[in-house]
Design a protein around this ligand. Structure first.
Ligand code: DC
Length: 234
């Protein structure tokens, strides 16, 4: 079915680190001919730029100012999404171990979250967006027509991150599992927009499943919702 024969909807995909959100969200966006928005990349960009400016997450006021001034662009491309910050390609630097370790602390800052949520809502205004993150279904797009909460076992999530780091991971799998658990805890316990499953989100466990399988399930759900909306409009 041609996705453009149905009205466009917004799809929110939330879940912990390494659950496969970005791969699955990118595939679903490709099949539906929607725009993919990786909100984690936006928090990573703020963390990277703040660290490069010598700021720590304790300096909420200056980090917020930096986030408000920063021009972040997500550019879809054949080798994945490029992240451009103030005109500079930071796509690989935002995936460093140091950013992995620090980003949750920067993502706790209220001013940073407000700024990112404003930008994200702007991107989703025209519909036709698959957005992944931690608080998309609960906070950024509470009216998203389809919400998915994607999880996987901690070991499988650590293994996926380990593979992403390539031949010289610079960290053991066990350490990564600890880092991931730590990040989950910070994301779940923060006061503002913590990582929780929206009541109306579909729970999907990706352990032992391929990204293609999960993505096509999401595409089917999305098309079914879009068809229902289309029928109601007639
Ligand atoms: O999905 P990721 O690992 O690239 O996300 C990086 C960090 O950003 C993660 O520790 C939590 C934070 N984040 C967030 O707080 N809210 C979002 N919507 C997306 C990411």
């Amino acid at each position: 079915m041609n996705p453009h024969q149905t009205p466009r909807i917004n799809i929110a995909i939330d879940g912990p680190a390494g659950a496969g959100k970005s791969t699955v969200a990118r595939m679903a966006a490709r099949d539906l001919q929607y725009i993919y928005v990786d909100t984690g990349a936006m928090y990573r960009t703020v963390a990277l730029k703040a660290m490069e400016s010598g700021l720590t997450a304790d300096d909420a006021v200056r980090v917020t100012e930096l986030a408000e001034r920063l021009d972040i662009r997500l550019i879809p491309g054949p080798e994945g999404q490029k992240v451009i910050a103030d005109g500079e390609d930071v796509s690989s630097r935002i995936r460093s171990l140091e950013v992995n370790r620090q980003v949750s602390h920067f993502a706790k800052i209220e001013g940073v979250r407000n700024r990112m949520a404003t930008l994200q809502r702007r991107m989703a205004k025209e519909k036709g967006v698959v957005m992944d993150g931690r608080d998309i279904g609960t906070h950024v797009l509470p009216d998203a027509e389809l919400k998915v909460f994607l999880t996987a076992s901690p070991r499988e999530r650590a293994l996926r991150r380990f593979k992403e780091l390539g031949d010289n991971p610079g960290v053991t799998l066990e350490q990564l599992e600890l880092d991931i658990a730590d990040r989950d805890r910070i994301d779940q316990e923060r006061e503002i927009a913590p990582l929780i499953r929206a009541k109306d989100a579909k729970l999907v466990d990706s352990t032992g499943r391929t990204a293609e399988e999960v993505a096509s399930e999401i595409v089917e759900w999305g098309l079914a919702i879009a068809r229902t909306i289309s029928a109601e409009e007639k």
